[in-house]
Design a protein around this ligand. Structure first.
Ligand code: GTP
Length: 574
């Protein structure tokens, strides 16, 4: 059995672009896992889209040998929609590196994740990065760390992940400061927390785990505590970051387990793998991850419906947080209603579908889901943490109030951190864009689901000549109904072409029409300018018009080109 006192498990917490991947690369070089210059930069960043967008959704885990110790680096997802994965990652380690870019200072996400690490009693190693840059403001960043997190100045590391400066010293600190996993009884039954997983078409689902006690090896019969699925361990191993098989995974280690299971939904992040009889307890903190926002997705070319279906099937093999059901829209044809963890997640999924499966998609603006019971509606609320420089405090507070946010607490240091509770529907509207704009881009935000609250709400139905268009109808709280209805009918008037009769666009709320716009008719005789004579030219024109009609979608009597919807959704109708 491996001596657990030699193991160090840690994660890196950083805001987007603060240098996490670069630091991981330097660590791999310093520990001799790879040779300098002999590999593609950002080795651990496997997702092609994330690389192109410059956002790492997640780095691959990696095990390094350093001065006789085993260092396991696992990553916290670097963006706000994945707070539960962050939580489970933090539950799998004993320490974190809190990495802050000296040219940017601390951001909301860094602080939120640092708070979570403090709650879990993890050792935090504060690190200021990019000190090689001329515009690095190391002293100010240092003061922020002191102010917000009560960190001692002398504990802060100053590094350049780019040049490698002070990276060996940081590795020494990981060994000396982060405690080894707490030892348990050698004879204890296995207990492994799943912090990530992916689907391999040959080997089935591969679970990434932290062993809390006992031993797992090929042939061990196990079950998962939350969903009770059982399987026989097919292989265990470590990350280099390639998957390298080992004879066993023992207490305190981080590694992978080949499950042979075919459905990633059976291997949930946060579930615990225990012995087959299930007599061991689960690692505390399991939660079923539910989508937070929903959008409908249609192929621009209706013939692509089956391709979209296949693409979604394939994508959900690997992204267990994507959920979808078939839907039908009179205007846009057959499509899917898809659930996402948040707006960025929705964006990444759409981009993957378009790029990896060569599809062209129309996506309705993502919406929060209200729950309806016999007493009315319940609205999802989230907790947000905003970090902003002093100068913008007034503007930020005013903005939050406008979006129905409720002030909770404020921490006033050389920057301000403010906690609010806000309806999810408001947060996913243009709130974030406006927050950026009133703070000249300086504010940052982190969010987390809070609870459902009873609200006065109802369906805002949008009617075209008395007929409801489902695509635009949504649940809206009473105080927003008028504003939304007026905005929506107005946008619709702008994008729907004139017809040969008058079109009335209305918003109906609680049985009353609360907004109306009209599109005046026109009579278009395409053959009018062809005097007499040439019959074939006339026929050709009429044929052309017919073809145009085929591309139109009928909503009752009204013809709407698909482009109108695309335009409207682009504008965002929230
Ligand atoms: P995400 O992948 O978006 O989460 O970002 P990340 O935190 O992984 O940052 P990444 O390592 O991709 O670094 C972002 C940019 O900063 C890249 O262009 C790096 O080359 C650069 N960078 C990282 N560390 C340093 C540093 O110490 N000095 C300088 N000058 N540039 C750095």
């Amino acid at each position: 059995m491996l001596d657990t006192s030699l193991i160090r498990n840690f994660a890196i917490i950083a805001h987007v672009d603060h240098g996490k991947s670069t630091l991981a690369d330097r660590m791999l070089e310093t520990t001799g896992m790879v040779t300098a210059g002999g590999h593609e930069d950002q080795l651990l960043d496997r997702n092609p889209i994330s690389r192109e967008r410059g956002i790492t959704i997640k780095l691959a885990p990696v095990r390094m040998e350093y001065k006789g110790h085993m260092l396991n680096l696992i990553d916290t997802p670097g963006h706000v929609d994945f707070s539960y994965e962050v939580d489970r990652t933090l539950a799998s380690v004993e320490g974190v590196i809190l990495l802050v870019d000296a040219t940017q200072g601390i951001q909301a996400q860094t602080i939120a994740n640092a708070y979570k690490s403090i709650e879990k009693n993890l050792t935090i190693i504060p690190v200021i990065n990019k000190i090689d840059l001329p515009n690095a403001d190391v002293d100010k960043t240092e003061q922020q760390l002191v102010d917000f997190l009560g960190i001692e100045k002398t504990d802060i590391f100053r590094i350049s992940a780019k040049t490698g400066m002070n990276v060996p010293e940081l590795l020494d600190a990981i060994v000396s400061m982060i405690p080894p996993p707490a030892p348990t009884d050698d004879a204890a039954l296995p207990q492994a927390l799943i912090f990530d997983s992916y689907y391999d078409s040959h080997r089935g689902v591969i679970a990434f785990v932290r062993m809390f006690q006992g031993t797992l090896k090929k042939g061990t019969k196990v079950q998962m505590t939350a969903n009770k699925v059982t399987f026989i361990v097919n292989e265990v191993g470590k990350f280099t970051p390639d998957l390298i098989p080992m004879s066993e995974l023992t207490m305190g280690q981080i590694g992978y387990i080949v499950t042979n299971l075919k459905d990633i939904h059976q291997v949930e992040v946060g579930d615990t793998i225990v012995d087959e009889k299930g007599i061991e307890k689960a690692v505390a903190g399991y939660k079923k991850v539910k989508p937070m926002v929903y959008a409908s997705m249609f192929p621009t070319d209706t013939n692509d419906y089956l391709n979209l279906k296949k693409a979604l099937e394939k994508l959900s093999l690997n992204d267990s947080s994507v959920q979808y059901t078939a839907t039908y829209s009179k205007a846009l044809g057959a499509g899917f209603r898809v659930g996402f963890l948040g707006l960025l997640h929705a964006d990444v999924v759409r981009e993957r579908l378009e790029r990896e499966f060569d599809l062209n998609l129309v996506l309705t603006p993502p919406k929060a889901e209200y729950v309806q019971d016999e007493m009315g509606y319940l609205e999802p609320f989230v907790k947000i943490l905003i970090i902003t420089p002093h100068d913008y405090l007034g503007a930020v507070m005013q903005l939050c109030e406008h979006y129905r946010a409720r002030f909770q607490t404020m921490d006033n240091k050389n920057q301000i951190s403010i906690l609010y509770e806000i309806p999810l529907a408001e947060m996913i509207s243009d709130f974030f864009d406006n927050l950026k704009s009133v703070t000249s881009g300086y504010a940052s935000l982190d969010w987390e689901f809070l609870r459902y609250e009873r609200v006065t709400a109802d369906k805002l139905a949008i009617l075209l000549n008395e007929e409801e268009i489902e695509e635009f109808s949504e649940i809206v709280v009473q105080e927003r109904a008028q504003e939304k209805a007026s905005k929506l009918v107005k946008s619709l008037r702008e994008v729907i072409p004139r017809q040969q009769f008058e079109v009335k666009i209305q918003g109906r709320y609680k049985g009353k029409i609360i907004a109306t716009e009209r599109i005046t008719p026109f009579r278009k005789d395409v053959t009018a300018k062809l005097y007499g004579g040439d019959r074939t030219r006339k026929d050709k024109l009429l044929d052309k018009q017919k073809e145009g009609k085929k591309r139109m979608k009928m909503i009752g009597q009204v013809e709407i080109p698909k482009e109108s919807f695309v335009k409207l959704f682009k504008k965002g109708n929230s």
